[in-house]
Design a protein around this ligand. Structure first.
Ligand SMILES: *[C@@H]1O[C@H](CO)[C@@H](O)[C@H](O)[C@H]1NC(C)=O
Ligand SMILES: *[C@@H]1O[C@H](CO)[C@@H](O)[C@H](O)[C@H]1NC(C)=O
Ligand SMILES: *[C@@H]1O[C@H](CO)[C@@H](O)[C@H](O)[C@H]1NC(C)=O
Ligand SMILES: *[C@@H]1O[C@H](CO)[C@@H](O)[C@H](O)[C@H]1NC(C)=O
Ligand SMILES: *[C@@H]1O[C@H](CO)[C@@H](O)[C@H](O)[C@H]1NC(C)=O
Ligand SMILES: *[C@@H]1O[C@H](CO)[C@@H](O)[C@H](O)[C@H]1NC(C)=O
Ligand SMILES: *[C@@H]1O[C@H](CO)[C@@H](O)[C@H](O)[C@H]1NC(C)=O
Ligand SMILES: *[C@@H]1O[C@H](CO)[C@@H](O)[C@H](O)[C@H]1NC(C)=O
Ligand SMILES: *[C@@H]1O[C@H](CO)[C@@H](O)[C@H](O)[C@H]1NC(C)=O
Ligand SMILES: [Ca+2]
Length: 524
């Protein structure tokens, strides 16, 4: 039961009751006020600040049953038809203390899940925030099976539709249009951000796209193929997980000092050419070491994936990722398996251990609704004044950050622009020591999600940096990341901070002074 209902029942004439019931009435009025083609309001709900909102209608596989909301919002849930056979569910969280800004959140993996945490975060900072379910409910890719409507929603249409409808909902609620429009997403959400930049450059003034699943088909193939290197558990020369931890330590041992400081962070993994042969077992050694055949597997693991015709399918796994990656387990990677089963082969019985170059070729040829998201021409975004801030963790255990630098270089070549010019609208920051979107040994708190917010200053927060870039013309040169003691903000103690450089700059230690302080590093 929410606050206003409670006061209403008690029949107490309190000022907050009047205030709340006005807000409630304004929120409920949207149901009649909104006239958007193919869209129906499912429900509206006034949510006062401090509510721990129960998300009972959220699909259980999304694993989010509640969300705390720190400001007064009007919550609007809609169903929007996207074709005769498909629809999206979407929500708009409209803060009463509105900055005039609109923002769309994205999705993750093969889901299917509205990013409520991102909506709570951005509504808290005054954005009218929307999120959609990507055309299907839940995390499974099974719903894409022989379902071209849902597949098209997943590739691009859910997000774009959510923006078009969301802007109309925003306007209807506040009786005026938004001033500026933003995007915030990571992983699949990062890909969605770039898809918008490529195909709908007018949707946003500023796009913050993290750890993007660019080059989607090849990424999925690459992720599917590790099992062909590792073998399944128990197969000849299978490398146990403990040994991968030893390998992770050996990578650090060889490359940590390249940036000038031994701190368990490799600032530029491009400079690291890890040599696994150094771990080959001495005659008396039986564990924590490699056979010759295992060293070959490790070398293959850290190598780029080339097709039989010598074209690059996907860049290498970056060294220094800590090796807590699903790719070394010898188990099929679920997202890849489902993509091949339900979309590429339309055969739910397809066996992921048979992955082959023919599968890769079929996936790239299919490229449903250009989900590859690899257009090198961003002139639409450049010409419409759209700014793109991308970031990618250098310890990412799922998507190699080299995919992001490679895309940046691809755009640079396609548009014939040096980075000095590209930087006027597209900047890429490599976040050292950051895992996939969040976590890791580095200074990874950059405000890309609610739980990694230090504060909302442009220096320390990628979304605030984007707002300043769009609204004040000041582009971020570096992003100041923060690391907390024990990796958690709950410790209340900052361990160290570091300025992350924009590509193609890299961070090096100045040679003196406390390396925990950002001023003792420089971007070169
Ligand atoms: C919100 O409610 C859920 C269950 O209803 C509970 O598990 C969770 O701890 C609550 N969160 C907070 C911050 O109180
Ligand atoms: C509404 O949906 C139909 C397909 O069901 C589509 O043809 C039409 O363009 C949609 N209208 C709008 C305004 O999106
Ligand atoms: C949305 O589409 C799915 C099929 O993809 C259908 O099962 C469902 O009933 C539709 N929902 C509504 C509200 O029309
Ligand atoms: C409204 O938002 C502004 C920042 O956008 C903040 O400074 C102010 O405290 C907020 N007011 C309320 C009542 O939450
Ligand atoms: C997703 O769930 C909502 C709410 O239960 C439902 O109305 C909608 O039809 C579902 N979408 C699909 C594609 O099944
Ligand atoms: C899988 O491994 C076999 C044996 O090493 C090799 O011949 C084949 O090319 C590999 N396939 C892929 C897709 O990497
Ligand atoms: C090379 O092989 C890859 C992977 O099989 C395929 O995607 C690509 O189209 C091929 N390129 C040419 C030029 O044949
Ligand atoms: C806006 O940009 C100017 C420089 O052009 C700078 O001095 C000022 O601090 C900026 N304001 C904000 C709020 O970022
Ligand atoms: C960090 O974790 C250690 C071990 O669990 C604990 O003893 C210490 O108090 C923690 N420090 C902070 C600041 O939370
Ligand atoms: Ca280092």
């Amino acid at each position: 039961m929410n606050f206003s209902k409670l006061v209403g029942m008690l029949g107490v004439a309190l000022v907050p009751q009047v205030y709340c019931s006005q807000q409630q009435a304004h929120c409920n009025s949207l149901k009649e006020k909104l006239h958007v083609a193919n869209a129906t309001v499912w429900f509206t709900e006034y949510v006062p600040s401090g509510t721990n909102l129960s998300l009972s209608e959220n699909d259980p596989s999304c694993a989010l049953a509640s969300q705390v909301i720190e400001v007064d919002i009007c919550r609007v849930a809609l169903l929007v038809g996207t074709s005769v056979t498909s629809n999206i569910s979407m929500e708009a969280w409209l803060p009463f203390n509105w900055t005039g800004r609109f923002l769309s959140t994205g999705n993750g993996g093969l889901g299917g899940c509205i990013d409520y945490a991102a909506m709570a975060y951005t509504a808290h900072y005054g954005f009218a925030s929307v999120g959609a379910n990507n055309g299907h409910n839940g995390t499974s890719g099974a719903l894409l099976y022989k379902n071209p409507g849902a597949l098209e929603d997943f590739a691009y249409r859910s997000l774009h539709t959510g923006v078009v409808v969301g802007k109309q909902v925003t306007k209807a609620f506040y009786d005026k249009a938004h001033t500026k429009s933003y995007y915030l997403g990571c992983s699949t959400g990062g890909r969605q951000g770039f898809k918008e930049a490529q195909d709908f450059p007018n949707d946003f003034d500023g796009i913050v796209a993290g750890s993007p699943a660019l080059n989607w088909n090849n990424l999925v193939s690459w992720a599917a193929r590790f099992i062909n290197i590792t073998g399944v558990p128990g197969s000849p020369d299978f490398i146990p997980l403990e040994t991968w931890q030893v390998i992770g330590q050996a990578v650090l041992h060889q490359c940590d000092a390249l940036d000038g400081v031994i701190d368990c962070i490799i600032e530029n993994t491009n400079l690291c050419q890890y040599r696994p042969e150094a771990l080959i077992c001495a005659s008396s050694q039986t564990h924590s070491c490699l056979t010759g055949a295992q060293a070959k597997k490790v070398r293959d693991f850290f190598s780029p994936l080339y097709g039989p015709n010598n074209t690059l399918i996907f860049p290498r796994v970056q060294p220094g990722m800590g090796m807590m990656t699903p790719y070394v387990t010898g188990l099929p990677f679920a997202i890849s398996t489902q993509w091949f089963q339900y979309v590429v082969h339309e055969d739910p019985s397809w066996n992921p251990t048979t992955i082959s170059f023919e599968d890769f070729a079929k996936a790239t040829l299919l490229d449903p609704f250009q989900i590859s998201t690899w257009k090198g021409d961003l002139s639409g975004a450049m010409n419409s004044g759209t700014k793109i801030l991308s970031y990618h963790g250098e310890e990412d255990i799922l998507i190699s950050p080299e995919s992001s630098t490679r895309y940046y270089d691809h755009v640079s070549r396609t548009m014939g622009l040096q980075s000095g010019t590209l930087d006027s609208f597209y900047r890429l920051f490599i976040i050292s020591g950051m895992n996939h979107c969040v976590g890791g040994t580095g200074a990874s708190f950059i405000g890309n999600m609610g739980r990694t917010v230090v504060d909302f200053t442009p220096e320390k927060n990628v979304l605030a940096a984007m707002v300043r870039w769009v609204e004040n013309g000041t582009a971020p040169d570096t992003i100041l990341g923060t690391a907390y003691v024990n990796g958690t903000k709950a410790s209340g103690q900052i361990a160290f901070q570091r300025n992350h450089c924009r590509y193609p700059f890299r961070n090096v230690y100045r040679g003196e002074g406390d390396p925990d302080l950002p001023e003792n590093w420089k971007c070169i």
